[in-house]
Design a protein around this ligand. Sequence first.
Ligand code: PLP
Length: 404
Amino acid sequence: MFNIEAIRKDFPVLDLQVYGKPLVYLDNAATTQRPNQVSALIADLYQSGSGNIHRGAHFLADRCTMLFEQTRDTVKEFINAESREEIIFTKGTTESINLVAFSFGERFINPGDEIILSEMEHHSNIVPWQLMCNRKGAVLKKLPFDENGVLEIDLLESLITEKTKIISVAHVSNVLGTVNPVKEIIRIAHRHQVKVLVDGAQAIQHLPVDVQDLDCDFYAFSGHKIYGPTGVGVLYGKKILLDEIPPYQGGGEMIDSVSFNGTTFNVLPYKFEAGTPNIIGVIGLGEAIRYVSSLGLENIGEHEHQLLGYLTQELKKFGGIKIYGEAPNKASVVAFRHEKVHPYDMGMLLDKLGVAVRTGRHCTDPLHERFGIDGTVRASLAVYNNIEDIDLFIKAMNRVVSMF
Ligand code: PLP
């Protein structure tokens, strides 16, 4: 049913030699590689010609408009949104969150209001809210996590007051791998009329997402983390909210009519898509989603889970390793430190042995501060990784440690 060797053939980069060693790519939480299906479609569109969307009355423009709008339907189906108007194309998770922080903030946040974030958030889900708080005189509050990287969900209700307007939380932590109980968070928040944005940057490629079942108000993700192109992402928002909040950027396409006396705005979703978007990137994202759907997210999750178990077991056997993030419900990300080798040295030397991992703080300074550490090594798995990748990684770790 799930032929990993066939899948690996879809990703020619996996045959790359770096410094004379076979590439072992374990930096998937930073960005995933693209299958042939995606790169071939993108190359074909660039080679066979493209037109600007929605505004041209000629063949190339019509073809691109059709493919672009078909992708909106693909995304709608993929996350089970109620309507295609709820799917906004952005340049990534970061832009999606900035859009909500700005537009929701403009409409709903007043001085003294409160926003709750978790302590494990990526900077992309902290800084946009801080900018908004500075503008509006609002306050950020944080929901902590425990030693294992599990959110202290019992504290949530005590953090919510009548001033709380929105909670913004990662579905999956990009460092700890924790799969957060977002459905429960949303249920609690809605009991208090508080809205919830879910940062799905690290979830969308690992587990099925159903925005109607979650009942989230906003959901954000990036194309490049789900085997798609860079520079493209999605914001899902409930129609009733998207209708109420003001545009984020002004420009072509997001307007209905413009005069020097004023402007009226276009309907959803175009109200939030100012200017020429990443047309071919969006179409490429559609192909990536079709690719993932053809494999099945349940199958992907099961495969990655088995690898995660093996990787965790091998790291524990290795000795001298502390893993950060041991939640019972984890996606395929492992952050760790070795007692003798600093993460930067580990990452640099692993690279010379062909192994790509990420080192540093992974855009999560508050999380690392919580543990009192200056960084970690992060190995993150994707659908095309296999047991051999993990064995090569552990072998390379042995080489590195023996140098110290
Ligand atoms: N949120 C999380 C949890 C992430 O891991 C990342 C990227 O690593 C982002 C947000 C930002 O994503 P992007 O840089 O694609 O906008």
